[in-house]
Design a protein around this ligand. Sequence first.
Ligand code: TRP
Length: 454
Amino acid sequence: MQQNERINFGSKLGAILAAAGSAVGLGNVWRFPYETGNHGGAAFILIYLGCIFLFGLPIMISEFVIGRRSKASTGKAYQVLAPRTPWKWVGYMGVLTGFLILGYYAVVAGWTLEYVVQAAMGNFFGKEAADFIAMFSDFSQDPLRPLLWLFVFVLTTHFVIVKGVKEGIERSSKVMMPILFVLVLLLAVCSVMLPGAGEGVEFLLKPDFSKVTSDVFLGAMGQAFFSMSLGMGCLSTYASYFGKDTRLGATAMSVGVIDTLIAILAGLIIFPAAFSVGIQPDAGPSLIFITLPNVFQQAFGGWPVLAYICAVAFYVLLAMAALTSTISLHEVPTAFLHEQFGFTRGKAARIVTVGVLGVGIVSSLALGDWSGYTVCGKNFFDALDFLTAKIMLPLGGMFGAVFVGWKLDRRLLHDEVTNCGRLRAPYYPLFVLILRYLCPVGIALIFINELGGF
Ligand code: TRP
């Protein structure tokens, strides 16, 4: 593909918002709280923050470098930057990872649509915690409804992808991100003020290091990669659409801050509310779908109209945040098929969509009728989440760091980080050091630790 054929994001802000749109999604509002709950709270969050700084930000910048420099999607980028080397397999693994993540992510994204409808029909009124638990389990075990929403969600993603980069991705991110942020902030304030919420705040802020096991490290690392959309070339594919003036370091920092803030705020919504109504923080993937409706009921109990508006707005925004993430996941395999095999974008997108629906159907049924089928003791949905988030993403990130730190030409790297010398980048020496040593060694240690090596 010729360089001048590539469409770019319209502005630097557009680049930040598109990357933030990819990063902010169900990972922040759905996965972060349930992983935090499963891993004991505050200590997990501290380790998570450490992973963001030590692995997340440097790897994000290195993905930006790979993408903008190669002007190709991740599947092709390594072939452009290191022709005829096995590095291309890192790109291929990224494409596969993105495809698999989309397969189960789209299932949960579909759930958000069910909750938009439930909220809009006023079905949260007069219900209590136990009713919301029953509501979720009825829904997720229904053989058809979750599949219907899965189809709706994947097809919507498909249409945005076919419409193209600038129109679809940039414009939707621009409108949605600020509104989501305000609403999340508002709900966090409401949740913290619920009766008995203090225990939840403490759970989030007071670390108990006696609960830290090897799983906590692996979980925190996986969550950092998942939440920041790292380790599979998603952001590097977006960066291939960045303009030459986009500041890579500053963009990574903005995306990291926005993503982390929204995750912490989501925690501040979920846990105070969960403790307030007596729901266990380790309820797993269903956590936000059973705690959140309570927040709307209890916090705005006296003002039903407000409760109604907030509930509908929240699920609509969550669905949109999920959509900007599914678009970024879909883009990776689609761009790969387009660039590698010369399919039109439309055909490439159709192939990906059909495959994703297949994985999605199996993931969805794994939470209901097919929950008896397990892989290593996990149902298919959980197994897929474990394999991608806790193994494939950190591995991909580790290879990416090694590639940029050791293999990529130093001058080229410096040019990318400083926009050919036009920017000052005082963090550059530290950045290279972290990429070369800390990322590969740190990630490897967490894997070895998990395997019982220490
Ligand atoms: N980061 C997104 C979220 O938090 C999900 C996502 C989009 C993702 N693209 C990704 C996760 C690439 C891993 C890799 O919801």
